[in-house]
Design a protein around this ligand. Sequence first.
Ligand code: SF4
Length: 432
Amino acid sequence: MRVRLETLGCRLNIGEMESLAGQLAAAGHRIVGPGDPADLCVLNTCTVTATAARKSRHMLRRLRRDNSSAVLVVTGCWSQLDQDAARATGARLVVPNENKDRLAEILATEGLLDDGDPVPAADGAPFPALGDHTRAFVKVQDGCDNRCAFCIVTVARGAGLSRPAEEVVAEIRRLTAAGYREAVLSGVHLGSWGHDLGRPRGLEELVRRVLDETRIERLRLSSVEPWDLHEGFFELWEDPRLLPHLHLPLQSGCDATLRRMARRTDTAAFARLVELARAAHPDMAVTTDVMAGFPGETDAELEESLAFVESVGFARLHVFRYSRRPGTPAASMPGQVPGPVASERSRRLHELGARLERAFQARFLGRTMDVLWEEPEPHGAVLRWSGLTSNYLRILTDTPDGTDLANRITAVRLREILPGAILAASPLPLRR
Ligand code: SF4
């Protein structure tokens, strides 16, 4: 059976679809790309912003149009909250978030994997990745017990639920055996791993187990809420396989805004965490999310936020405009910020983010660093490869001789800052 898997939104969604891809491939089905005919299409949707919800609807319609004879199955946060709209686009099955981890089993039970002959995966194909990356996103947790005032995801995904450590270890062993060099531990609220199992310092235990019981070469954490980390956590970076990259969502650098957002941190506690992170590893990249135009945000609050973000010196900002999501406390708060004002604030945050990113990149110019290479793109007469350093610097390099760098780790000298990336010299001889 030819199955097309599409995902929108967060890395957790990517991880869920990669896991499904692995299960379907193991059962003899082929995961096909956008240009190939498909018998079954599965879309994992997102609703974190109004734009994400709109994209989910459009993607579903496009899948329907491009694969008129295929069966359409939809899951994820948008279809969870708007099942009627999902069905109206012709989806045969709308799978609730709580059943998403059993999607392969559900597809089989519903008889949706019966039509068409099983098609063996192409020879030597590794565990199939959906994007142009070589990292495997491993879902270790779902849901969240917090109620940040703007967050619809927590409504769509429900309470925090940890995946047993044994399963996580087994999946990472499988990925390692299939050739993956890097795994990214992912969750809606990754830092709460183990809380539902009565283990308040669960994430620390889980990371130790993965490092001790698997041979994965590079282990990265996705986003961790700042209130989940304690001083002892930073000792984990004594193991060089844990990559020096910490994504700590800040949302605002103004304490009054943070209180209205019901975030369980403040700028002083956040700054202390960043200090600890940088003390744990000199190359540590601290990246963050910042929101523009949360209800009640005044010009003065924005200035405070910009000043704090600048003082922290993040390696990268993910900026997004506040999006009013029905069902969240923020949707009915007074002081909704007009769209054009929020856009202008977002522009200023983007500008600051670009400046901070360049400053972080500049620190590493001239250094030789290991890069895990992903996919190439033609660039004039050469192939231009893209990859990531351990501390999340996006690196590009050209290989005129057709060297295949995919999923290799090589040392390269970082030469020149380009928009969003650093151009490196040609790779030194391959390590493997
Ligand atoms: S911590 Fe806050 S923003 Fe993150 S998923 Fe939970 S409620 Fe949403």
